[in-house]
Design a protein around this ligand. Structure first.
Ligand SMILES: Cc1ncc(COP(=O)(O)O)c(C=O)c1O
Length: 398
């Protein structure tokens, strides 16, 4: 299958660099995309729902997908949301944009975990807000210090509506916030009125046992909005996801003018997803990709232990990323051109902070490559580190 149309206009966002083991991209392995089963689901949805599959959709999302989400989240999370708490979106990024549009005003301060998913910064910044890092230590967000920061900012007259975080199999760290901190953070939100926007994109990509219950499932109505996506579990091109939130927030989203005018978001794909899921294809596919990504994680972890014994990291129990701490004085930004010349790439840690920090770390994504390529990429990274270490002065490699 070609990535460009015959007129050579591009079809896809990402293009691989031939010869480079590019560990910068958090994208699904194209070989895993469920092309045949998705085609069957599309045909199945059209047969089952007829013209309703191609009509303007129900504002909150089509009933069959909402019903399936209730059941699924009841089995994969601490508590099943009921239908008025679910809103189908065009993915997690779209959900974040909608939530920010509803709850933020230009000039607000929005807190973001440090580090966290870098492209969320763009989505939030589109709303004219100032981003500020949430206090965090080696174990992630510090709830008590967050409470103090919110109080201080508000005393200074700032509006602080949201805190964005990825507490489960996070991007970029792969780690999950530990249980006591989850409960403390939810309590801070309930007490201060700060809304936690919990990006739960990686919940289903769990390799060593079930994911911890979401913050959403442990919170009072209104304290947490949880964003979910089918981009990592099924395919990003579907642009399909959902959010769970208090009924009033869901009603506000469903009552927006563009929904009134154009119907529920991504309706036909949402019904195909319902068909894909209820036919059992989702479970089969998830089993396959979990096994594959688990194998890729294990391969990268052991390659890093073998070839980069001086870096430190925590083995992720889910998601797609390894967050490596480099041995001083190596910085991820200075290392990158050496990595590029050696045919490997990654994202420097600086991408994942809104302040000028993070160069001690880099993020490797293991989603796109087979175990032997991950091994080769790690070998190349080790070579790049040796070259940088012995360079007369840091700069571009010769
Ligand atoms: C934490 C996180 N949230 C959201 C997204 C994007 O989700 P979607 O494709 O559903 O917009 C990504 C993709 O990398 C991600 O890592």
């Amino acid at each position: 299958m070609s990535a460009t149309a015959s007129n050579a206009l591009p079809i896809v966002q990402f293009r691989s660099r031939p010869g480079t083991v590019d560990l910068a991209w958090g994208h699904p392995d194209p070989a895993t995309l469920p092309i045949r089963e998705w085609a069957q689901a599309c045909v199945g949805a059209l047969r089952r729902y007829g013209g309703s599959a191609l009509a303007y959709g129900h504002p909150n999302g089509p009933g069959p997908l909402v019903e399936w989400l209730v059941d699924r989240l009841g089995r994969t999370d601490g508590r099943a949301p009921d239908p008025p708490r679910i809103f189908v979106t065009a993915g997690a990024s779209h959900a974040l944009d909608l939530v920010a549009g509803l709850l933020c005003r230009s000039g607000d301060t929005v807190l973001v975990d440090a580090p966290t998913y870098h492209l969320a910064f763009r989505v939030l910044a589109d709303h004219g807000v100032t981003l500020a890092p949430t206090p965090a230590d080696r174990d992630g967000i510090d709830p008590a210090a967050t409470r103090d920061l919110v109080a201080r900012l508000r005393r200074e007259g700032r509006r602080v509506p949201l805190l964005y975080l990825v507490p489960t199999f996070g991007n970029p760290t792969g780690r999950s916030l530990a249980e006591p901190r989850r409960a403390e953070l939810v309590a801070v939100a309930e007490q201060t009125g700060l809304v936690l926007v919990e990006d739960d994109t990686y919940r289903e990509l769990a390799y060593d046992g079930p994911a911890p219950p979401s913050l959403y499932s442990a919170a009072e109505d209104g304290a947490v909005i949880r964003l979910g996506s089918f981009a990592k579990t099924v395919a990003p091109g579907l642009r399909l996801g959902w959010l769970t939130a208090a009924p009033a927030l869901v009603a506000a989203l469903a009552g927006r003018g563009y929904i009134d005018s154009g119907g529920g978001v991504n309706h036909t794909n949402a019904l195909s997803m319902a068909e894909f899921a209820t036919a059992g294809a989702y479970d089969r596919h998830l089993d396959r990709v979990r096994a594959r990504y688990r194998g890729q994680r294990d391969a990268l972890v052991s390659a890093v232990h073998r070839h980069l014994p001086e870096v430190t990291f925590t083995t992720p129990a889910g998601g797609w990323f390894l967050w490596l701490r480099l041995p001083a004085p190596i910085g991820a930004t200075a290392l990158l051109p050496y990595a590029d010349t050696n045919g490997v790439s990654y994202l420097p840690g600086t991408h994942f902070f809104v302040t000028d920090t993070g160069d001690t770390h880099l993020r490797l994504s293991f989603s796109l490559f087979a175990p032997d390529q991950l091994e080769e990429g790690t070998r190349r990274l080790a070579r790049a580190m040796t070259q940088l270490g012995s360079a007369p002065e840091p700069g571009r490699p010769q």
